[in-house]
Design a protein around this ligand. Structure first.
Ligand SMILES: C[S@@+](CC[C@H](N)C(=O)[O-])C[C@H]1O[C@@H](n2cnc3c(N)ncnc32)[C@H](O)[C@@H]1O
Length: 287
């Protein structure tokens, strides 16, 4: 029969409970979700199929495969890394160790940009620090007459973003360029959007191992006070915004005042902040 840490070769439901318990014992907060995601991936099932086949036997080869994935999770590898993709704003994005896995709070930026496209359907948008391309791809997949430019300093990240754009048939509406923030940019835009690196030097040393070991430091580190990227972007943003254009940033939960001050200091108006589901200010907009 099974050893204590081997998947029981019984039903999918048994395997789900077994994995959840193992993940919980390993101190994984998202034990339940991770068990479901690894089972779905290993067994090749959608969420609905997983529920419908809860009482089916798990084939031994599939059980073995899932067990291997679970062992990686228990050793601390994030579930996105194991799967190679992450769900964001209802779509699946390829992720690798060269890009930040897009986080749920970043979906607020997508929603904000889509609201602008409702009144300006042919708007163009500049995504600074595109990473996996999750923001610009999510927006332009729904704003069908929009177009945009995506910048990243990392060529490896741009490769991932280009692949994601290809998946969603957006390569003809998004131009990808490598460089530091505005350096490669020639046009001006209705929307500048960015989720820049904003973690302070001190907080970088205290990151959870999952983040520290698997997300690229260049996607996280915002310099000593976490504001380096905001300063660089805000100081030049007005040269690349069309009249009436808007800038939208993700911010750290304690960066509201500092980023607002940077924006107003160079003449931005209508600064507004927006809370995530946990009640923290995580997005800032200005004209
Ligand atoms: C926090 S990640 C955001 C990724 C993606 N936009 C998202 O929201 O999931 C920041 C991104 O900025 C890029 N980046 C860091 N410094 C940069 C710079 N000086 N110029 C352009 N991009 C930069 C990183 O490579 C990374 O992809």
């Amino acid at each position: 029969m099974t050893s204590s840490n081997a998947l029981p070769l019984q039903t999918i439901n048994d395997a789900k409970h077994f994995l959840t318990a193992q993940f919980r014992a390993a101190g994984i907060d998202s034990a339940d979700i991770d068990a479901r995601l690894l089972l779905m991936h290993g067994a090749g099932l959608t969420r609905a199929e997983l529920i419908a086949s809860a009482g089916d036997a798990l084939p031994p080869d599939v059980a073995e495969l899932i067990q291997g994935l679970a062992a990686r999770r228990i050793k601390g590898e994030p579930v996105d890394n194991i799967l190679g993709y992450r769900e964001f704003y209802g779509r699946r994005f390829k992720v690798t160790q060269d890009v930040l896995s897009p986080r749920p709070e970043t979906e607020m930026l997508v929603k904000a940009a889509l609201d602008i496209f409702k009144t300006k359907p042919t708007a163009n948008m500049l995504d600074l620090g595109t990473g996996s391309g999750a923001i610009i791809i999510s927006v332009l997949a729904e704003a069908l007459n929009g177009r945009g430019t995506a910048i990243d300093v990392s060529e490896a990240a741009l490769d991932v973003a280009r692949e994601n754009a290809k998946t969603y048939k957006l390569t003809n509406r998004i131009e990808f360029m490598r460089g530091e923030w505005f350096a490669p940019v020639k046009d001006s835009y209705d929307i500048i959007i960015s989720n820049p690196p904003y973690i302070t030097q001190e907080a970088m040393t205290a990151l959870a191992p999952e983040v520290k070991n698997f997300d690229p430091p260049i996607a996280l580190s915002g310099g000593e006070d976490g504001l380096k990227a905001y300063r660089e972007i805000i100081s030049k943003a007005k040269d690349f915004l069309k009249p009436g254009g808007e800038i939208i940033f993700e911010i750290g939960f304690d960066q509201t005042e500092t980023v607002s001050a940077l924006l107003t200091a160079v003449g931005f108006s209508g600064v507004s902040t927006h809370k995530d589901l946990a009640g923290h200010n995580r997005m800032i907009r200005a004209r």
